[in-house]
Design a protein around this ligand. Structure first.
Ligand code: RIB
Ligand code: CA
Length: 312
C-alpha cells in the first residue's frame, strides 16, 4: 500500500481556510500531520479556537494544533473580520472544542515535523507567512526538507484585495512573505486573481451545503455571513481562495495552466507595499522561483469541494 503524503497546513481560519481543511481531511492520499495557526483573518486566539473547532467537527481532534505568532513580524496590519466575522467563523457562537492546542510553538512544530517527514512533507500555507518566516530564521535549512510548498497568496498582476495592489496574506506580513519567497528555491502559488477566476456558483454551494453531514451543516452556518457578503458585492459566484489552493496541493494534476516566473514582494512602496511583483518578461535575471496557477479544472475543483462538505 502506498504510504500517505504527510501534509502540514499553516492557516488563519477564516471561513475559506475551514473549507480547505475539510478538503484535506477528506483526502485519502494525504495525512494531515498538524495545523500551525497564524494570526490574520482574525486574532490568533480566535484563529486557534476556530482551527480546534473545525478539527472537532470533522472528527479529527487527533490532529495536533499549534499556536503561532500573534501578529506580523514588524508592522501591525488590519484583520479581515469584515469578511469572516468578528470571530472569523461567521459569529455563530459555536460551542468551543473540547480539546486544546499543543504546547509547542508553530514555528518549532514546522521545523520538527520537517525533520520527522524530511523529503516527503507537503507544506501548504493558507494565511500570512509569519510562522513559516520565523521557522526559516530559526533554521535556514528548512527548505531542503520540504518536498513541496504551496502558498495561497499574492496577486500576480497586482489586482489585490486588501489594497488595490496587494492580496491579504502577503500584505498582512510582507516581510514574512519576502523571507519565504527568498528562501524556497521553488514553490507553487495560488493567488487572488486565480481565485477570482475560479468562483463557485452560489446556487451550487447552497446545494452542497444541504448534504446530510455535520460538516456541511456546520459549514453552512459559519459561511452564511461571508456568502451573503460575497453575493452582495461579487455576484453569483463565491470565491474561496484557500479551497482552490488546497485543490492544487492535493491534486496538482487538475492544473490546466501554470507559469513559472520570478516572484518578489514589494516592501517599501507607499501605494504598493505587500504587492507581489511578477517578472513576466524575466527582466531581472532572477530565477523562476514561483509556479503560478493560471487555470484549474473547474469540474474537479467543484467536485472536491462538494465531496469535502458531504463527507461524514
Ligand atoms: O486573500 C485571501 C486570503 O486571505 C485567504 O487565505 C483568506 O483566508 C485570507 O487569509
Ligand atoms: Ca486563509
Amino acid at each position: 500500500m502506498t504510504e500517505k503524503i504527510p501534509l502540514l497546513i499553516d492557516t488563519d481560519p477564516g471561513v475559506d481556510d475551514a473549507l480547505a481543511l475539510l478538503m484535506a481531511f477528506n483526502d485519502t492520499a494525504h495525512e494531515v500531520v498538524g495545523l500551525t495557526v497564524a494570526a490574520g483573518n482574525v486574532g490568533l486566539g480566535r484563529t486557534v479556537r476556530n482551527a480546534l473547532k473545525l478539527c472537532e467537527v470533522a472528527g479529527r481532534s487527533d490532529v495536533p494544533v499549534y499556536a503561532g505568532c500573534p501578529g506580523p513580524l514588524l508592522h501591525p496590519s488590519p484583520d479581515a473580520a469584515d469578511v469572516h466575522g468578528r470571530d472569523g467563523f461567521g459569529d455563530v457562537g459555536y460551542a468551543p472544542a473540547a480539546h486544546g492546542t499543543q504546547a509547542e510553538h508553530a514555528a518549532l512544530a514546522i521545523l520538527r515535523l520537517s525533520h520527522v517527514h524530511a523529503g516527503r512533507l507537503l507544506l501548504v500555507t493558507l494565511g500570512p507567512l509569519t510562522n513559516l518566516a520565523l521557522a526559516l530564521k530559526l533554521d535556514p535549512t528548512l527548505p531542503h526538507r520540504v518536498a513541496r510548498l504551496v502558498v495561497m497568496g499574492g496577486a500576480v498582476s497586482a489586482h489585490g484585495n486588501l489594497t488595490p495592489a496587494a492580496e491579504f496574506n502577503v500584505a498582512f506580513d510582507p516581510e514574512a512573505a519576502h523571507l519565504v519567497f527568498d528562501a524556497f528555491p521553488t514553490f507553487d502559488v495560488v493567488d487572488w486573481e486565480a481565485t477570482l477566476a475560479h468562483g463557485l456558483p452560489h446556487a451550487s454551494v447552497e446545494q452542497w451545503l444541504a448534504a446530510p453531514s455535520p460538516r456541511a451543516a456546520f459549514y453552512e452556518q459559519i459561511s452564511r455571513q461571508t456568502r451573503l457578503w460575497s453575493a452582495d458585492r461579487r455576484g453569483d459566484h463565491w470565491h474561496s481562495a484557500d479551497a482552490l489552493a488546497m485543490a492544487l496541493a492535493l491534486h496538482p494534476e487538475g492544473a490546466s495552466s501554470l507559469a513559472e516566473r520570478p516572484l518578489a514582494v514589494e516592501l517599501a512602496g507607499i501605494l504598493t507595499r505587500g504587492a507581489t511583483v511578477t517578472d513576466w518578461n524575466r527582466q531581472t535575471g532572477r530565477p523562476d522561483n514561483a509556479r503560478l496557477l493560471l487555470a484549474y479544472d473547474r469540474r474537479r475543483f467543484e467536485a472536491l469541494v462538494q465531496a469535502a462538505l458531504a463527507a461524514t
